[in-house]
Design a protein around this ligand. Structure first.
Ligand code: THU
Length: 149
């Protein structure tokens, strides 16, 4: 990823927080998913009065990208914190989002946690979700499954 692409990615995640619908937790999360062709997909968390249907920012970005025909991704940036304030800490992706990303992204996929454009914590999906259950886990005789095609 070039420096310019990374800057776009970080800014996109920070800006996506503005659209978070968070009347219950007041915890606004923005995500930006970078497809391998360079396209950026923003996402925010969308809460629900029944709580359970709430969707995290990362899955909003992922499902938007898949719905628009993308399945190959290089990185995601995530920025989260109290609504109306800049992030005060690094917001890690929840376990469900780690699993959702593992459907399409390998262990080298980059996960950038963002406090500000100058404060970034870098991980890989392999670090955050070791020994993941992936499409390859279901495949017979080690064949790669459909999702990475
Ligand atoms: N949330 C995300 O959107 N992404 C994360 O990585 C962690 C949690 C959301 C879900 C809920 O709307 C709010 O943050 C508080 O849990």
């Amino acid at each position: 990823m070039t420096r310019e692409t990374e800057e776009r990615l970080l800014r996109c995640a920070l800006e996506a927080r503005a659209n978070a619908y968070v009347p219950y937790s007041h915890w606004a999360v923005g995500a930006a998913l970078l497809a391998q062709d360079g396209t950026l997909f923003p996402g925010c968390n969308v809460e629900n009065t029944a709580y359970g249907p709430t969707n995290c920012a990362e899955r909003t970005a992922l499902f938007s990208a898949v719905a628009q025909g993308k399945r190959r991704f290089a990185a995601i940036a995530i920025a989260g914190g109290r609504q109306g304030e800049p992030p005060a800490s690094f917001c890690p992706p929840c376990g469900v989002c780690r699993q959702a990303l593992a459907e399409f992204c390998g262990p080298e996929f980059e996960v950038l946690l963002v406090k500000s454009e100058g404060e970034v914590r870098r991980h890989t999906l392999g670090e955050l979700l070791p020994f993941a259950f992936t499409p390859a886990s279901l495949a017979e005789e080690g064949d790669a499954a459909h999702a990475h095609v």
